[in-house]
Structures are given as C-alpha cells and as structure tokens.
Design a protein around this ligand. Structure first.
Ligand code: A2P
Length: 331
C-alpha cells in the first residue's frame, strides 16, 4: 500500500494529541509525519510510535517547504481559515475539525458511518462535524433511513474537554476554588446553558451547529430540529437526550433492531442498563441506551446517546475520514 505524508495541525492540543494516538492505534500508512502548532510550542518534542518529532511553527513558509498528502487540523477556526487554503492549494487534503468550513456548500461534512459517499467530492477540504452532532447522527441516520425523521429535539450535557485544554483546566482549577478563565461562569458544581457565542435569535452557535450540521449530513434540508446545549462538570464524554418524531409508525423492537445493526453503535436493550460518560472514556463507539417510545406524540421516541467527545466526536472521526480517503485512493 502507498504511504502518505501526514500533518497534524494543532498537534499539542487536546484533539491534536488524541489524533496522534488514534493514528498510531489504527496504524495508518504514514511515511513522513509533520506536527504543527503555534510559535508557543514550536521546538517542543512529541513522541509518536517510538520516535521523537519536533513541533514545527505553523507558517506559510514551513507548510510550502513540505510535500504533505493529508493534514488533520484541530487548531481553532481562525487558524483553519488562514491555513487550510494554504495546504489545500499546495495539493494537500485537509480534514478540518473546526467549524470554519462546515457550512460551505463546496465542503463535504462527513461522518463515515453515515455519509462516506460525500468524500467523493471535495476541493481538498473535508470538514469534520461538531462533536455533539457526530454522535447524534451515528444513532439517528439508520433510524432516518428506516422510518423518516420528522422532528428532533436535542438536549445535551457536554464535557469540558470539548472546550480544549482551557475548558479542562477550568474544571480542574474550579475544584480548587479558582475562578474560570475559559467559561463565562464556574463549571465546578454547576451547569452552563451556554456553549459558543450567542446569536441574534437567542440560540447559541453550538445549538445552531447541531441543527445545521444534522441536516447537511443526513442530506435533508427540511428536517425540523431544535436544540439546547449545556456544559456540565464532566471531563470527557458528551451525553445527549434526543427526542424524535418519525413520519412513519415505529415499534420499540423495530427501533432496537435498527440500532442493534447500526454501524458504530453499541446498544443497551435493557431498560435499566444505561451508559454514562465514564463508560465511554477513551473508546470509539457511540453508546445508545434508555430507548423508549414517547407516547405524548405520534411515532415518538426517546434516546440517551453518549460518546467520547475527543475520540468519536473529533479525533477518531477525522482519522476515519482519512482511512476512507486512503482506501479510495488505493482501490
Ligand atoms: P499551541 O499549543 O502552540 O498553543 P486546545 O484547543 O486543546 O487548546 O488546542 C489548540 C491547538 O491549536 C494547540 O495545538 C495550539 O498550539 C494550536 N494553535 C492555536 N493557535 C494557533 C495558531 N495561531 N497557529 C498554530 N497553531 C495554533
């Protein structure tokens, strides 16, 4: 198999480090590996599969001096805005974890279990969806195919690691009584119904992302969706209560059969056996439990969906996209 020159941009961050771990675990065919970050960490040493790599400062000159096939980005929206085109125009396929390109109609937004066909069209940028959206659509896509979703109500309980190292530090330091630096209010002993910035309609951008991205990934612009996204004092693992109304009649057994066979899903079929964020820590699947009919509406269903936000919600999904691209390239 052909080997690839791979870059990780934001390699010193929460997601970037996990990307390296997942790349190693899944043994991608890497020839040369380049680790980029800001000037703050340039020169630092990072170990990957028993070899030491020096972090490179992300500058146009440093990018253009290297021949890179695939770049996994997780260094924030403004870095992606400035640098994804530099890589893409230099012949590199960028898989971008920020929200910068997700709404661009020329950029596919991909969850491999759901819409891997969308990697067939791109202009050298593929977007990795928002963490909360990824785990939701892995569970929802097979149900949508089987029964047709009419409306979704998302309520999330999101871990602090979703806000990067700064979010993680706010919880650790909050335990010691220190004031938050990343979040608008203390997160220890609290919950904060505010993720990302507020929009003029009163929703937050995180909520808007879940609504927009679900429609784009499922390829259904008419889906009715609403969302409330909440930060909770959990280090790793996002949890979601998802209420769904279907167009067609459902049965509990039919739903369970669909989820039992769904790619990337671990289903708990027993009412009392449910998953918590700690159960998902450092694993790749999406966990679905508390499957119940919602008899307050026609064809209604409730699900509890939990996943490791740094793995399936970010790093694993990005590496899976790279695997699909490589598989297609080697066909
Ligand atoms: P650095 O460690 O040098 O600051 P997190 O979200 O966990 O805080 O991680 C953000 C990642 O993005 C880090 O690797 C960080 O590098 C990187 N990053 C942030 N700003 C820039 C920038 N302007 N150029 C390159 N990398 C950046």
């Amino acid at each position: 198999m052909k080997k690839y020159n791979v870059a990780v941009v934001g390699a010193t961050g929460m997601v970037g480090r996990k990307m390296l771990q997942v790349l190693a675990e899944r043994n991608l065919p890497i020839d040369n590996l380049y680790l980029f970050a800001s000037a703050r960490s340039a020169g630092n040493k990072v170990e990957f599969m028993g070899k030491e790599y020096t972090v490179i400062e992300l500058t146009e000159e440093n990018v253009l001096a290297r021949k890179i096939d695939i770049a996994l980005f997780s260094a924030g929206g403004s870095t992606s805005k400035a640098f994804a085109p530099v890589f893409a125009n230099n012949g590199t396929l960028v898989i971008d974890n920020s929200s910068q390109w997700r709404t661009d109609p020329n950029v596919p937004l991909v969850v491999p279990e759901v819409n891997s066909h969308d990697i067939d069209w791109h202009n050298n940028i593929i977007a990795n969806p928002n963490c909360s959206t990824i785990q939701a659509v892995v569970a929802l896509a097979p149900l949508h195919r089987k029964y047709g979703i009419k409306r979704i109500v998302y309520s999330t309980y999101q871990a602090v690691s979703g806000a990067g190292m700064g979010g993680f530090a706010d919880l650790e330091n909050g335990v010691k009584g220190e004031a938050p630096k990343k979040f608008p209010k203390p997160i220890f002993g609290n919950v904060i119904p505010h993720i990302d910035v507020f929009l003029p309609n009163g929703y937050t951008k995180e909520e808007e992302k879940m609504m927009f991205e679900t429609r784009k990934i499922l390829g259904d612009p008419d889906l009715k969706i609403t969302a409330t996204t909440v930060r909770v004092p959990v280090y790793y693992g996002h949890s979601e209560s998802i209420n769904i109304e279907f167009k067609n009649p459902i049965t509990l057994e039919g739903v369970k059969e669909c989820l039992r066979n769904a790619d990337g899903v671990i289903l708990s079929e027993e009412a009392e056996v449910y998953h918590t964020p700690l159960d998902t820590a450092n694993t790749n699947p999406v966990y679905v439990s508390r499957v119940r009919l919602d008899n307050s509406v026609e064809n209604g269903l409730n699900l509890w969906v939990v996943a490791d936000n740094i793995r399936k919600g970010a790093a694993t999904n990005a590496v899976q996209i790279a695997e699909k691209v490589i598989a297609k390239d080697n066909k």
